[in-house]
Design a protein around this ligand. Sequence first.
Ligand code: C2E
Ligand code: CA
Ligand code: CA
Ligand code: CA
Length: 279
Amino acid sequence: EAKSQGAGPQLFNEGIGGAFSRKLRLERELRFAAERGELQLVYQPQVGVESGRLEGMESLLRWRHPELGAISPSEFIPIAEETGLIREIGSWVLGEACKQLGAWSRRARTVPAIAVNLSGKQFMAPDLAETFRGIVRDAGCDPHQIVLEITESFGIVDMDSVIGVLRELKGMGFRVAIDDFGKGYSALGYLKQLPIDILKIDKSFLSELTSDPKSDALTRAIIQMAQGMELRVIAEGVETPAQMARLRELRCDIAQGYYIDRPMPAGELEAGYLRSPQR
Ligand code: C2E
Ligand code: CA
Ligand code: CA
Ligand code: CA
């Protein structure tokens, strides 16, 4: 197209060409990232708003490329979804979280649950529940220790099959959290239909919680609604003491965000939260 406009080679600009070849390269190399040991899970603490104690943690995937350095999941997860690699990667993530739980439970008195993120694409595999059953069995892991985080966008494709798979997973003991709640076009009907245990308020609400009365009102309403449905509420993206104080007033259950701590390697989380006396 650039050529037909006769604008010369400068239109074939390095930015676009560079981004294009980077994407191709990531697509190609993501395939081998796990077996080359380039993938890693980091863990972000989730603490009780009232108690300050560790109540859980979210695992977040990192890709450390030997030449390109750290690549953000917001860049490589969409590539994994497009190429279908997300299934293998998702299985690796669950297996890794299970192994970590095993290691921690041998060394620490109490180990709270680990949340893992699921992609909608992963969910479309009809054998997801069976795959997960095999992974936890092989790892000797209790599914009650795992929370599966899904987003609302999941249900749009085929609600009935999503509900079916979720029920099966819950039957095995997995708990289910709805992630990024309130982002985009939330259909409240999903909340009624999906068998969930935990609701995570999207961080866009938190960022304006103490500056925008509308965000405050919405956050308050979401917390009340979740409590009425006997769901646990996690506020994510908590960055300031003022936000934390407001969450306390609103009686939110759990907080996650930079104000508490960043996502960190397993060893650091263990040193800071699992071995030392509980804060
Ligand atoms: P998410 O599931 O909503 O995860 C929360 C993101 O917010 C993480 O970004 C986390 O590092 C960041 N975060 C934590 N505290 C704060 C805070 O106080 N303020 C702000 N502004 N951000 C905070 P991260 O690690 O870059 O992950 C981005 C997204 O990539 C995740 O969003 C999730 O959708 C996806 N992702 C990460 N790991 C996995 C995975 O294992 N599987 C799948 N399918 N997706 C993953
Ligand atoms: Ca999440
Ligand atoms: Ca989220
Ligand atoms: Ca998300």
